[in-house]
Design a protein. Structure first.
Ligand code: SAM
Ligand code: SF4
Length: 345
């Protein structure tokens, strides 16, 4: 019999399992602590469960964590990890140490349906959803797991297109019986999948980042097909119904493309679009990818753009690029790995 996995199970699900197996109710909490606090890799290590209960559990279940299959280290300390998924594909996670912070950028899907012109993951097309176990595994199975202070869902895939699994991962990360993290340590990035945005905003307190990239609808549509189904103006109207003036943070991601979206006219339109919203704007350098005819903006244009937005009352910063020497743009390593395997077949 193929074994099922315990990793990624919530306390409610574990309670159902122990009840079915005739174990005491409190065993569910003990198993959750072994999975998410002590992070053991083998049921036999759950030493406060009786030997009989461990054997019983191990007859049907295994834990289901798996270590990365490859890693690339940057001179700046960034590490890119590659994980093999159940579907036989690969996803990436990037560990980014920065003074007293240690952030992990996690993937939510294998590939992506959204097909943004500038994105390597988009070029892969959609392959499959990651399960909550595969999302949690990225966080638990890197050597630096215990050092992590922050998480960003900015790896491969669109988190709001896999919301059930992402929400369960957020529950495990923030529940007392799980990681017990504050939701303020977690940021979910989206291009604005409106149908799921409301649920995310209502049911979590995690920070939100929206990938905007161009304030003009036609121009945005030319690089982001999602603009057709979910225009950015509608997303912004929806966001105006929520309070981002306290603990919860709203930010907009804006990749700066030379001669495409980096003029003062764009900065003015962006300021107009976001007027009155409590938000930050992050300007990002474009990581060039093969076959895409766009270049990152020069530093002086980014500075002019940033200063204009700061004068308009926004908090706008230029994000430092990390791990340039290890293909840090998401999707590059997994695409290379896919090609390697494809070539071998
Ligand atoms: C890979 S996406 C994943 C999260 C979500 N799908 C989104 O688009 O917000 C995370 C961020 O990376 C940005 N990005 C994608 N390709 C990039 C590239 N080649 N250079 C710089 N940033 C890129 C996206 O625009 C987005 O802001
Ligand atoms: S930028 Fe985000 S939404 Fe667009 S293709 Fe890449 S992963 Fe998908």
């Amino acid at each position: 019999m193929e074994k099922k996995y315990l990793a990624g199970k919530t306390l409610d699900e574990l309670s159902g399992i122990v009840a079915r197996m005739g174990m005491p109710r409190f065993t569910a909490g003990q198993i959750a602590a072994w999975l998410y606090e002590k992070r053991v890799r083998n049921i036999d290590e759950m030493t406060n469960l009786s030997k009989q209960n461990r054997e019983h559990l191990a007859a049907e279940y295994e834990i289901g964590y798996s270590v990365p299959v490859e890693e690339m280290r940057s001179v700046d300390g960034t590490v890119k990890y590659l994980f093999k998924t159940t579907s036989g594909n690969f996803v990436e996670s990037v560990y980014i140490p920065d003074r007293d912070r240690a952030t992990l950028c996690v993937s939510s899907q294998v590939g992506c349906k959204m097909n943004c012109y500038f994105c390597m993951t988009g070029k892969q097309g959609f392959n499959s959803q990651l399960t909550v176990r595969e999302i949690m595994n990225q966080i638990i199975s890197i050597p630096e797991s215990a050092k992590l202070t922050n998480l960003v869902f900015m790896g491969m895939g669109e988190p709001l297109d896999n919301l059930d699994e992402v929400m369960t991962a957020l529950t495990i990360l923030t529940a007392k019986w799980g990681f017990a993290w504050s939701p303020k340590r977690i940021t979910v990035s989206t291009i604005g999948v409106k149908r799921n945005l409301t649920r995310f905003l209502e049911e979590t307190d995690c920070h939100l980042a929206v990938s905007l990239h161009n304030p003009f609808p036609e121009e945005r549509l030319s690089i982001m097909p999602v603009q057709k189904a979910y225009p950015i103006a509608d997303i912004i109207s929806l966001l105006r119904n929520y309070d981002f003036s306290h603990q919860r943070r709203l930010s907009f991601e804006y990749i700066m493309f030379s001669g495409f979206n980096d003029s003062l006219k764009h900065a003015e339109a962006l300021a107009k679009l976001l007027k009155g919203l409590d938000c930050r704007i992050n300007l990002i350098r474009f990581h060039a990818i093969p076959g895409v005819n766009l270049k990152t903006s020069v530093e002086s244009d980014m500075v002019i753009f940033r200063d204009y937005l700061n004068r308009k009352g926004f908090t706008c910063t230029i994000r430092t690029s990390r791990g340039e020497d290890i293909f840090a743009a998401c999707g590059m390593l997994s695409t290379a790995k896919k090609g390697e395997i494809g070539n071998k077949c």
